[in-house]
Design a protein around this ligand. Structure first.
Ligand code: PEP
Length: 251
């Protein structure tokens, strides 16, 4: 049985006070989620300490949305992996399409970030996915393979055993346009096969692969009914505890 995971990516939304309120609201409803589903809250850096406090004593985990590609030093404005680990952060979202697109994140910087994430005892939620032009040119398989090969293939088997992968077609993120369950399954199964080439059948079969892109309570059940879809990375719908819960009930 693979892990089932619903992870929220709050992006650059909520003040600290609103974030604490949201985390507490998720704590209040978490027992209504389907049994065994892991919940992760991906909060902004400024919120992490308070959100970790708000979920303390529960099995809800907290993720950062990025980390620096250096361990420490003269990198003004950056937040390092040791700083995050020191707060009790368990996961780091890496390679999100918004970071690739707006902040020039490349496989090279992502390799450095992944290494630091693991070296500090955290696990990555590694995002892959094609944009609209790439989908229309039917390059989505090639893009996902490249994003996996250039980064995930550099992991040791031990590191790989802790990764969570999120397939997020860029054309579906925040657009209200969701991939069909069939489109999601097609890519998830493909990605699992690519992972198998490097890490073997058992490791590939154990890896959680989440879907992200306008996932909401009304479409989550259909997406999660697919054999290779192990949950969701949720943007907009993670900003309301009831919607987030609605997704966590959908398995
Ligand atoms: C995301 O950015 O990870 C995401 C899936 O966003 P949304 O759910 O809003 O499309």
């Amino acid at each position: 049985m693979r892990r089932k995971i619903v992870a929220g990516n709050w992006k650059m939304n909520t003040t600290v006070a609103e974030g604490i309120e949201l985390a507490k609201a998720v704590v209040a409803v978490k027992d209504e989620a389907k049994a065994g589903v892991e919940l992760i809250l991906g909060a902004p850096f400024t919120h992490l300490a308070s959100v970790i406090d708000a979920v303390r004593g529960t099995n809800i985990a907290v993720a950062a949305q990025n980390c620096a590609d250096h361990e420490k030093g003269a990198y003004t404005g950056e937040i390092s992996a040791p700083m995050l680990a020191g707060l009790g952060v368990q996961y780091v979202i890496l390679g999100h399409s918004e970071r690739r697109q707006y902040y020039g994140e490349t496989s090279e910087t992502l390799n450095a970030k992944m290494a630091l994430c693991y070296a500090n005892g955290m696990a990555p939620i590694y995002c892959i996915g094609e944009n609209l032009a790439e989908r229309e040119a039917e390059k989505h398989f090639d893009i996902c393979r490249k994003q996996i090969e250039e980064v995930v293939f550099n992991l040791t088997p031990e590191q790989f055993s802790k990764i969570i992968i999120a397939y997020e077609p860029v054309w579906a993120i925040g657009t209200g346009k969701t991939a069909t369950a069939e489109q999601a399954e097609e890519i998830h199964a493909f990605v699992r096969n690519v992972l198998k080439e490097k890490f073997g059948e058992e490791a590939a079969q154990s890896t959680p692969i989440l879907y992200g892109g306008s996932c909401k309570p009304s479409n989550a059940a259909e997406l999660f009914s697919k054999i290779d879809v192990d949950g969701g990375l949720i943007g907009g719908a993670a900003l309301k505890a009831d919607d987030f819960l609605g997704i966590a009930k959908a398995f």
